[in-house]
Design a protein around this ligand. Sequence first.
Ligand SMILES: [Zn+2]
Length: 365
Amino acid sequence: MPSSSPLYIAVICFICLLGACGKPSSSTLNYAIGDANSTVGGVHGRFELSKAGLTDHFDQQTVCVEVGIDSISKANALFEVKLAFAVWLSAAGYGQEEFDSLLFLLKPKCFHKDNQYDTVVQFTSFKSEVSGEDLRGRFNQPTINCERNQLNATCTSPVLTLGWGGPGGLNFDRLHSGVIERNSISRSFPSWISLSPYIKWVSIDQNLAAEFNFQDAKKLEINNQLKSMSSESTWSFINLVKFSEMLASESLIFSGDPIFAAESEKFMASNQKYFHKNIQPVFGAYHTLLHELGHTFGLRHADNPVPGSITGQSRDTHWDETRGQYLTSRASMAYSDLFAFLTDDDQKGVRASVESLRNYFNSKP
Ligand SMILES: [Zn+2]
């Protein structure tokens, strides 16, 4: 009898910095976040510049949302982008005021480096690709590769990049000339989230409909709540946070892509020796939005923190002796389960990121 071990590794990718690991040198926790200098251009960095009275450039932030795909409606995409923003803002200690200062613009095309926006979110497709965007260089074609020998049969897929995200580029300096001091702020590019054009992205309700391991009563409750929020006028900060609390209280974690499993099963049931095919995996957009938006708030991967940083001291965090870091997989910011909510570790991390910016502005000479 052939045995099967389909291996499918779906990874949400962000540029990770490599370097030496070291035990935290002080009792202060350094969470898995980028340093303030590199995250000041993020959503929270722009808020904090305003709050510190250093500029009025960001009293309102503009978010360009490009929905160039057919698998998810523009309304659902916009809802989930706003939901993800509300969730991170709430976790970061912000509220209605900051949420209402965000202007979301649904556009057929948002340009990655367009400085008139503070954040760009792209549900992009090859149809809407523009010169210089190079989606094929940024994302990879998902494939399934199966092989059978006398003892077993296996199907594998290359590591898949689902999305990219990171804080914008912004330089903040205090210039001194005698007793006169002025602030210099120059923005070079917006925060950016881009979802792979190779994936069939679906909305939360479509995702739930395909969940087999989730109780019907819970699905129904979430779907009823979604239906009550079908009109944009109901997407207030408070309602969005309430809905996200429902997802968290249900500990909603989405299943992975069903396409790879279905193709693997077909191969296992066949007599074929080899099988290779390009596939279009199906994923819920919301988890990837949460993950990539977390990067724009300066967070790095909780299961693979940058050198010198650790993750939050949540229930599931463990000390890795070899790396000299605290790690956890229980985070939307880890390459792990497809969480539909922010875990304790995510929340502590984003608060630490905001705190690090406040210290940075206070200490900058
Ligand atoms: Zn990532």
